[in-house]
Design a protein around this ligand. Structure first.
Ligand code: MEV
Length: 359
């Protein structure tokens, strides 16, 4: 087989309803104009050779031996930077391959997988789901076992569940379909809403030189799992209070969708601020993300909130905030940069999965 399959998928931001979606409440998410690309081609030697580059913070190259621990003396790895973070992306690639071998019987020949990404890791921007969707779609196309979008998003969601324990279908749906999706207990619905401009500020991982040890880096792989678990424990302890908070979040998402339809950005911004307050109440806002939100609000943003899973102080406050900037975008971006955040202008509603055959 001489052909090469190239797939590309968008990053996502959750605009409203993260965490509460795990309990069946409505969330609204959108694709943004940052993408991850996977290329699959054949190679002479049997097995999978995986090369990951350009993901902000690391790159690596290795021969994958499924069923064996990555990074031990049996897995041949060429490290560019920050190997421990790299194991996160590799975990999703490995599980995608294992899942497809089991479900569709793919494999048994040499495969080269090359991943390039503009999506920061552990930032709540859907890098894990993007890796799963793009890798699964590329391998399925390469082995001729189907390009049906619904099946791809379900396959990718299964892989996410295996690797991280708990996950709603929000991230994999957005990577697959692009645009906007609403998710609640009734499932995933695609919505037609206008394009919006936001600022995303990411608190990245702390460099090793600043005293964060290797063990912490490995724990970061499980950040979403840990935060979702902590929220669940608090919910069980304060069930009646959480019921009110969950109901409030559900109503916020419904009103936010109407505000976007009505182009009422002042209202949309206030709803973001309220949503942020609820996320703080359930304990997913670490100090560094809180500061970025407060600073943006003080600089006259229309609205600001944590997006995605949020973060934990003991994991360096790694995560992202989403800001609806109004007139003061430049000042907000400068202030966030001075505070040490990675800052991006993003457009919502980006295109979903693309599958191309390159000869
Ligand atoms: C993570 O991007 C969003 C959460 O709501 C978890 C999930 O939906 O799987 C925190």
């Amino acid at each position: 087989m001489d052909k090469k399959i190239r797939t590309s998928v968008p990053a996502k931001v959750i605009l409203f309803g993260e965490h509460f979606v795990v309990y069946g409440k409505q969330a609204l998410a959108t694709a943004i104009n940052r993408r991850l690309t996977v290329e699959v081609s054949s190679k002479e030697k049997k097995g999978y050779h995986v090369k990951i580059e350009n993901i902000p913070t690391f790159g690596l190259e290795m021969d994958l031996e499924l069923g064996k621990e990555v990074g031990n003396e049996k897995g041949k790895a060429l490290l560019y930077k920050d190997y421990d973070i790299a194991t996160k992306a590799i975990a999703y690639v490995r599980e995608s391959i294992r899942y497809l071998e089991e479900k569709y019987g793919i494999g048994d020949e040499g495969v080269e997988i090359e991943i390039k990404s503009q999506i920061p890791l552990s930032a709540g921007l859907g890098s894990s789901a993007a890796t799963c969707v793009a890798t699964i779609a590329a391998l399925k196309e390469f082995f001729g076992v189907g390009g049906d979008l619904e099946a791809i998003t379900e396959d990718a969601h299964s892989v996410e569940l295996t690797v991280q324990g708990a996950a709603s279908p929000v991230d994999t749906a957005i990577s697959t379909y692009g645009g906007y999706v609403s998710v609640d207990k009734g499932g995933v619905k695609r919505l037609q809403l206008a394009e919006l401009n936001f600022i995303v500020g990411c608190v990245g991982s702390i460099p090793l030189s600043m005293g964060m040890d290797v063990k912490k880096f490995s724990e970061m792989n499980l950040k979403t799992k840990k935060i979702v678990g902590d929220v669940k424990a608090r919910k069980e302890m304060f069930k009646s209070i959480f019921d009110y908070i969950c109901a409030a979040s559900d109503e916020i998402t419904a009103q936010a969708i109407r505000a976007i339809e009505d182009e009422d950005f002042v209202k949309l911004g206030v709803l973001m601020n309220i949503n942020h307050g609820l996320l703080d109440a359930i304990g997913v806002v670490p100090r560094r993300l809180s500061e970025l939100v407060k600073m943006s609000q003080a600089l006259d943003a229309l609205g600001a909130k944590v997006t995605g899973a949020g973060g934990l102080d003991e994991m360096g406050g790694v995560g992202s905030v989403l800001v609806l900037p109004g007139e003061s975008g430049d000042r907000i971006k400068t202030a966030m940069e001075i505070a040490g955040a990675l800052v991006m202008d993003v457009k919502t509603g980006g295109k979903g999965l693309r599958i191309d055959t390159v000869f």
